[in-house]
Design a protein around this ligand. Structure first.
Ligand code: ATP
Length: 489
């Protein structure tokens, strides 16, 4: 018997990294030889002998290694793969310049600038109100907000923004507005912000799509968080650590529900833009994204969450800690409430609302109903504001009366008719002194009609015309009577 030939030895790896990418193939196959002759580059770092990383990366052409089998989501798992220091010039130039950000060559930076300008132009063409400094999205569809956000403030002429003065927004928010280049508040913002931010009222706001509703509720939320921080800072000397309770951190402060994923991401980005430079975390929780990733985001304990009803309810009913600790929730917002109802999200929204801590009288019932929800005092409940925004609105004449009766009573009363914005508002515990701002075409038309009627009645000339017409009619009747007198006789 012939002696068994020794197993083929793997080639040395220390000589050339270029060899790594090549698999050994039968030399006689010309096609494969051609493929092998291509200038393959290794996607993995060169393995050193004795390097424990080699186990994963593979030390040679035969072993492969785990990491060569699949793409590793570096961002998700926090795994950083060391890159070889040397990079060929041609590879650099091929990279997407927009992905490079701050680093990169001068050419790259120029390309980024060009791309940004192009994007801005495209957006402005889309009409409606335009955001002059709209941020770029990251791979998750949200905006990377940096901590300073100071881009344009230095060159801002503040007098151009005087229209915002009457809204008395926090200086940090005014900085954001300067940066965004919004010279004046939109009508819905002008009407809603004073009631929501300074009078602490609930708000029902209705205005057409693209009218600036997001900031109409977004700015009051940020305003309150900033005011609380200022207060806590002032009290720090007197009260020490106790001052922190005026500005609780690490708890959910605002829950915003939107009917679609796209809208949730859009609202998140918009609020993030306004919150740039303010240490407030805003996170989108929507269907279609990995649950693990969202759970990770929630572990960061963001103050503001924008989400779609389905995914939010899935996490809440599963007892997700950050989402069920609602004792410090100060804002509950239903955005595009009309679409929420149309899209058949009613049950989920209703379930979420039922998790919210309610009035002091119902606190016990409520805590029994929703197992994992932390209860609160009536004082805290008073502090929660409810905002309902919509593009259309139809409220019944006795809406305020219904609210006065209270959400606890109405809970049973409305259960039969679930399908209306009113019902959602009532159920969410909206207060009777709610500010109702209806700027929809229907309401504008109605008010215009009544105005013209009032004008007509008050106008002397119009009255005299009516009187003349009345006399002519009387005259006509009299003549008719005379002409036909013989018949009467
Ligand atoms: N005061 C303002 N001045 C100029 N542009 C503004 C102002 N407020 C908001 N915008 C811009 O107007 C656009 C529309 O705003 P927003 O998305 O809030 O409207 P919306 O009423 O919520 O619309 P939708 O019903 O589609 O959600 C956005 O690009 C936003 O950046």
């Amino acid at each position: 018997m012939a002696a068994a030939s020794p197993p083929p030895q793997p080639p040395s790896t220390s000589k050339s990294s270029n060899k790594r990418g090549k698999r050994r193939r039968p030399q006689q196959d010309p096609v494969l030889e051609g493929i092998d002759s291509l200038p393959w580059k290794s996607s993995l770092p060169e393995a050193e002998e004795g390097d424990p990383f080699s186990v994963f990366a593979g030390v040679n052409d035969f072993e492969g290694g785990f990491l060569s089998l699949e793409e590793v989501d570096e961002l998700d798992y926090g795994l950083s793969i060391p890159q070889p220091e040397k990079k060929s010039k041609s590879k650099k130039q091929k990279r997407d310049p927009a992905a490079d950000g701050a680093g990169g060559s001068v050419e790259d930076k120029k390309a980024v600038e060009k791309k940004k300008k192009k994007m801005k132009k495209g957006k402005q063409k889309n009409g409606k109100l335009t955001d002059t400094n709209e941020p770029e999205r990251n791979e998750a569809g949200t905006v990377d907000s940096d901590s300073n956000g100071d881009t344009k403030e230095d060159s801002v002429d503040e007098t151009e923004f005087y229209a915002w003065n009457e809204l008395r927004l926090h200086p940090m928010l005014m900085k954001s507005i300067h940066r965004l280049g919004f010279k004046e508040p939109t009508r819905i913002q002008k009407a809603c912000i004073p009631a929501a931010a300074h009078q602490g009222k609930d708000v029902i706001g209705a205005a057409e799509t693209g009218s600036g509703k997001t900031l109409a509720f977004g700015l009051p939320i940020l305003q309150r968080l900033l005011e609380e921080r200022d207060k806590a800072d002032k009290l720090l000397d007197d009260k020490g650590d106790d001052a922190n309770k005026y500005a609780p951190t690490g708890v959910l402060r605002a829950l915003i529900i939107t009917p679609t994923r796209e809208l949730a991401v859009q609202v998140t980005d918009h609020i993030k833009e306004a919150a740039k430079g303010i240490n407030v975390r805003v996170v989108a929780i929507v269907g279609g994204m990995s649950t693990e990733k969202q759970e990770r985001l929630l572990r960061g304990r963001p103050e503001i969450i924008v989400g779609t009803p389905g995914r939010l309810w899935e996490l809440m009913s599963g007892g997700e800690e950050h989402l069920v600790e609602l004792h410090s929730l100060s804002f509950f917002v239903l955005d595009e409430a009309d679409r929420m109802i149309e899209n058949g999200h009613f049950r989920e929204v209703q379930s979420i609302i039922d998790m919210l801590p309610m009035s002091s009288t119902s606190t016990i019932d409520q805590s029994q109903e929703s197992q994992s929800c932390v209860t609160e005092t009536s004082l805290q409940r008073k502090k929660r504001q409810t905002f309902v925004f919509s593009a259309t609105l139809a409220l019944s004449a006795d809406f305020r009366k219904k609210l006065k009766r209270g959400s606890v009573n109405s809970k049973q009363a409305v259960s039969a008719d679930l399908n209306s914005i009113e019902t959602l508002a009532e159920r969410a515990g909206m207060r009777a002194n709610v500010a109702i701002v209806d700027l929809t075409n229907a309401s504008v038309l109605a008010s215009n009609l009544s105005e013209s009627f009032v004008e007509y009645v008050n106008d002397n000339q119009a009255i005299s015309i009516m009187f003349d017409q009345f006399l002519s009619a009387l005259e006509f009747c009299f003549m008719y009577f005379l002409v036909n007198l013989w018949q009467f006789v």
